[in-house]
Design a protein. Structure first.
Length: 277
């Protein structure tokens, strides 16, 4: 049983929330066509997915990524405008996020904004995933400056309905002030062997589950139910679980999140519309 430190109220609220997927970033559509096709399949409980061409938007528009982005955007539009009335999870999410690498706070502000503009202009993304986001208090003002500027850019874009979405990819619990800098924080990213015994920071109990995401690799099929229970009790509303790991050569990728887990259909059915513990 995982060691949990969230309040009883927070765990009770989290237990009633419906989970959805956040996809940290599949491989290029040419290398992962099945993965990108699954994102646009009706009924997939997708909150958001990350587009990453070359550790950012690349130097020019990629036609294959343009096509994949268009399919996902069209699927979201169909759900939002009632053509897929049962697709309630997609209607509340299903955004494509551009990946901006903060390099733990070392990348210049101007470079990040230039990448952001390219993502918006070329791919009409609906938000940003700020990878390798710093977690310490000292760098919070710089991150707040960046997220404030990104929100303004998204508000000006006709593709980011609702002002867009910003996700901070810490991978750990940051200084609490970061919760006010973006829409969602990734507070765990790592192996199942760590996750099953992980602790949640007490301050997260002040926020609803949709503010937190967990990415876990190396989750055996036999432990899927336990992993989802940990996520709910720790107050995470967005997840990505996979049985792949960072030493797994089955997908030809060193990134365990770059391909579908072998139990994709099963986990989709477990957390599909209307399913909760």
């Amino acid at each position: 049983m995982p060691h949990l430190t969230a309040s009883a109220d927070a765990r009770r609220i989290a237990g009633g929330e419906q989970l959805g997927f956040g996809v940290p970033g599949y491989a290029h559509p040419l290398l992962a066509p099945a993965e990108w096709a699954e994102l646009a399949r009706p009924g997939t409980p997708l909150h958001w997915a990350v587009l990453n061409i070359a550790n950012g938007p690349g130097s020019r528009p990629d036609p294959h990524c343009l096509e994949a982005a268009g399919r996902l955007r069209n699927a979201r539009e169909r759900a939002l405008h009632g053509e897929a009335p049962d697709d309630t999870v997609r209607a509340s999410g299903g955004r494509l996020l551009g990946r901006l690498d903060l390099a733990h706070g070392e990348r210049p502000f101007e470079e990040l904004i230039a990448d952001a503009r390219s993502f918006i202009d070329w791919y009409r993304i609906g938000g940003f995933y700020l990878a390798r986001c710093p977690a310490d208090r000292a760098r919070l003002p710089a991150v707040r400056r960046l997220t404030g500027t990104l929100h303004a850019l998204l508000a000006e874009s006709d593709s980011a309905d609702g002002g867009g979405r910003l996700v901070l990819g810490h991978g750990t619990h940051p200084y609490p002030g970061y919760a006010e800098a973006a829409d969602q924080l990734v507070t765990f990213q790592g192996p199942w062997t760590d996750y099953r015994w992980s602790q949640v920071a007490e301050w997260t109990a002040d926020y609803p589950p949709e503010r937190f995401a967990h990415f876990v690799h190396g989750v055996p099929r036999t432990h899927l139910e336990e992993a989802m229970r940990v996520a709910r009790w720790q107050g995470a509303g967005t997840i990505f679980f996979t049985d792949r790991n960072d030493r797994d050569g089955r997908s030809g990728q060193s990134d365990p999140f770059a391909a579908l887990p072998s139990y994709w259909d099963e986990i989709v059915s477990r957390i599909g519309p209307g399913i909760s513990e």
